[in-house]
Design a protein around this ligand. Structure first.
Ligand code: ADP
Ligand code: MG
Length: 700
């Protein structure tokens, strides 16, 4: 809640009484000083502050502009009797009189704005003017005011029995807002019409106050302006939203502006001080007291945080202003004060209240009609359905089918690949079969040969021999066949291996191609293209929406020309739909390409992994082979060494045996030599004896 203070100059009466000014304003600051008290507000007008002529521009104009965006607003004048509330608000307006107050300026601004926006929207402006007197709501615009009002006021027990018209009731709407049931709402089209309403109400009020003298200050007057705007279709189609900044793009907006001229506050304050008159004060003017309580409850930081109770229901006034204070409204409060020192106490109270009101936090929001919102939603649904229908009519392929088609093409390509593989394997299978067949034929041939041999050979002993020979032949043939088969199989395997190598090479080359940097560029290109296509689609859809709306507008009017236009629009729409569908298709294709790329990336990754694995396998295989070889060789070597060692041992043994034998032979030789010597000696002795005997015999 924004709070401004309006300090009026001393009036003649106060001057006559010799009153002095006791309120001062800090120059250049929105700050008011009264004795030792100092208050800061959003604005201070008069009494040395800003010029009062800027009240409207600074405090009220933004609220009036907000009405066109769907925000409720309230301008509230508060202060003691004679402080200038009516003067500030301009509630006592007369046609041709001064247009200084807030309300006349509101009316001027409102209608100049409506005139400026006329080509874009239809406006409906309604006004109501009520007065709250002794907790009763009086309709100031009632064309047949009850006659009881002017007479039955003396005893204070004012009873309004209006035949044929129920009393005005305050009701809460479904969305939590407040409305007056049974109040006269006069529709106005022009500024003079509205001014007439205001004047009529003011006069009604004035009559009341002259009749009720002292209580006049206790009537609260609320002048309410209700603005509804409905956007025109052609303005929607032209869509020149740029020309008006306040265009919110809504179909329907409504907002109301309460202009409140409160009753004087001094009586309520006095009753507060005087216990005896307190009850009376509450009874007579519960509204102001309740308003003070509401402002206290809302303006107190502590109470607000605790989520304390706000006594809106204590009076009709607070109930009516529930939205304006702490609710869905932008609210400006203008506290009116008199600078005279005789009013110092009241002025201080007013400033205190106003200061508290500054702490109130409202929650304004855009007012949309729920029915209109629902209608808008349904309209959108209708558009979607129409678009679908058009799609079906133009026989454009629905998205699902398109997806299925893509799937089919993908499956077909897969199928082709698989078929190729199948052919390859079938070929290898054929070669194998062929080989088998050859073998079979060879075997057959052999059996035929052998049977021929048995047929030709004579029966008998030779049979066995012949058969033996035959078997030998078969053996030779089988070996030859096996050899042939072996070589052929080898060839086949070689071929397969070669094929594999070739495929591997191809894949490696492919992979290299993937890794090339321009591939990244390609990917980016695809993505960019996708985004472009998306944009194009969006603009086309927008165009289509616009056309649809135009179409609808045309559908409501029924002349010949409109029909023709409609047809052309339908044609255009169809074209657009087709374009959109094509774009969708393109987009899908691009997405497919991207997906394919991703797939091939994955394949490349897999391939790389395979290659790595194979290489690893190869390496491990090689190592195993090497190890085996080393083992084998070492084993061979060990065997060889063992054999050598064994041989050496054998030789050594043999050597030892030879030495021993030699020794044995030497000993034998020695012995034989000795025997020979002895025998020779014996022979010599014998010979000599013989000689001697011979000599003796000769001699004899
Ligand atoms: P309220 O409505 O608060 O009881 P009024 O608006 O009727 O008070 O003002 C009381 C008197 O003071 C009126 O005669 C009015 O002309 C005079 N007055 C109020 N404000 C000003 C002002 N700003 N400049 C000159 N006179 C003013
Ligand atoms: Mg007044």
């Amino acid at each position: 809640v924004q709070v401004a203070v309006h300090i009026r100059p001393l009036i003649a009466q106060e001057r006559i009484q010799g009153c002095k000014e006791c309120v001062s304003v800090v120059p250049g600051e929105p700050q008011v000083q009264l004795g030792s008290h100092s208050f800061t507000f959003d604005h201070v007008y008069g009494g040395g502050g800003s010029s009062p002529s800027s009240i409207f521009d600074q405090c009220v104009r933004p609220l009036v502009e907000g009405l066109f965006q769907g925000y409720n607003a309230t301008v509230l004048a508060y202060g003691q009797t004679g402080s200038g509330k009516t003067y500030t608000m301009g509630t006592g307006y007369t046609v041709g009189g001064s247009s200084e107050g807030v309300i006349p300026q509101v009316m001027n601004t409102l209608f100049s704005k409506i005139n400026a926006l006329k080509h874009k929207a239809d406006f409906q402006v309604r006004v109501s003017f009520i007065e709250i007197l002794k907790e009763e709501v009086h309709d100031l615009l009632d064309p047949n005011p009850p006659s009881t009002m002017k007479t039955d006021t003396a005893n204070g027990g004012l009873l309004r029995v209006v035949p044929g018209k129920p009393p005005i009731q305050i009701r809460e709407t479904g969305s939590g807002g407040i409305m007056l049931a049974g109040v006269t709402e006069t529709e106005v089209r022009t500024l003079p019409e509205m001014a007439a309403c205001l004047e009529q109400g003011s006069l009604c009020r004035a009559t009341g106050s002259t009749n009720m003298n002292a209580q006049s200050s206790r009537s609260h007057a609320i002048f309410t302006i209700n603005v509804e705007q409905r956007r025109k279709w052609d303005s929607f189609l032209n869509a020149d939203t740029s020309s008006l900044p306040e265009d919110t793009g809504e179909d329907f907006l409504c907002a109301k502006l309460h202009l409140v001229d409160l009753a004087g506050s001094e009586r309520a304050k006095r009753t507060k001080a005087d216990g005896n008159r307190f009850k009376e004060g509450v009874h007579i003017n519960r509204g102001l007291l309740a308003l003070g309580n509401v402002i206290s409850a809302l303006g107190d930081d502590k109470k607000r945080k605790e989520g304390g109770h706000v006594p809106y229901r204590d009076s009709k006034l607070t109930r009516l202003l529930q939205d304006s204070l702490g609710g869905n409204s932008r609210t400006t409060m203008i506290a009116c004060v008199s600078p005279a020192d005789s009013n110092a106490e009241e002025t201080l109270n007013t400033l205190k209240y106003a200061n508290r009101a500054r702490n109130i936090q409202n929650k304004p929001m855009v007012n949309r009609d729920p029915v209109v919102a629902e209608m808008q939603r349904m309209r959108q649904q209708l558009e979607v359905l129409q678009a679908e229908l058009l799609c079906a009519q133009a026989a454009t392929i629905p998205e699902e089918i398109q997806i299925l088609k893509q799937k089919v093409t993908w499956l077909e390509s897969n199928n082709l690949e698989l078929r190729r593989e199948l052919q390859q394997s079938a070929e290898s299978y054929l070669v194998k079969n062929y080989l088998k067949r050859i073998q079979e034929l060879e075997l057959e041939l052999l059996s035929v040969k052998s049977s021929n041999a048995t047929d030709l050979s004579p029966e008998g002993e030779g049979d066995v021999e012949e058969e033996g020979e035959g078997e030998g032949d078969v053996d030779v043939d089988v070996v030859a066949a096996k050899e042939l088969e072996h070589t052929m199989r080898q060839d086949c395997l070689d071929k397969e291996l070669e094929e594999l190598d070739k495929r591997l090479e191809l894949k490696e080359a492919e992979m290299k191609a993937f890794a090339r940097p321009d591939n990244v560029v390609l990917k980016q290109h695809f993505e960019k293209k996708l985004i472009e296509l998306e944009d194009e689609k969006k603009t086309l859809q927008k165009e289509r929406d616009a056309l649809l709306k135009e179409l609808e507008a045309l559908a409501t009017s029924s002349d010949e020309h409109a029909h023709k236009m409609q047809e052309t629009y339908v044609q255009k729409l169809k074209d657009l739909e087709r374009q959109i569908a094509e774009l969708k298709k393109k987009q899908e294709n691009q997405a497919q390409l991207l997906r394919q790329k991703q797939r091939s990336d994955e394949a490349a990754k897999r391939l790389q992994e395979d290659i790595l694995r194979m290489k690893q396998q190869k390496a491990s295989h090689f190592i195993v082979q090497l190890q085996n070889k080393i083992k084998q060789e070492s084993e061979q070597f060990r065997a060889w060494k063992n054999a050598r060692e064994k041989e050496v041992l054998q030789l050594r043994k043999e050597g030892r045996r030879n030495v021993y034998e030699m020794h044995k032979l030497q000993a034998l030789h020695q012995r034989q030599k000795l025997v020979l010597q002895r025998k020779t000696e014996e022979a010599a002795v014998a010979t000599r004896r013989l000689k001697d005997m011979l000599e003796a015999s000769e001699a004899s």
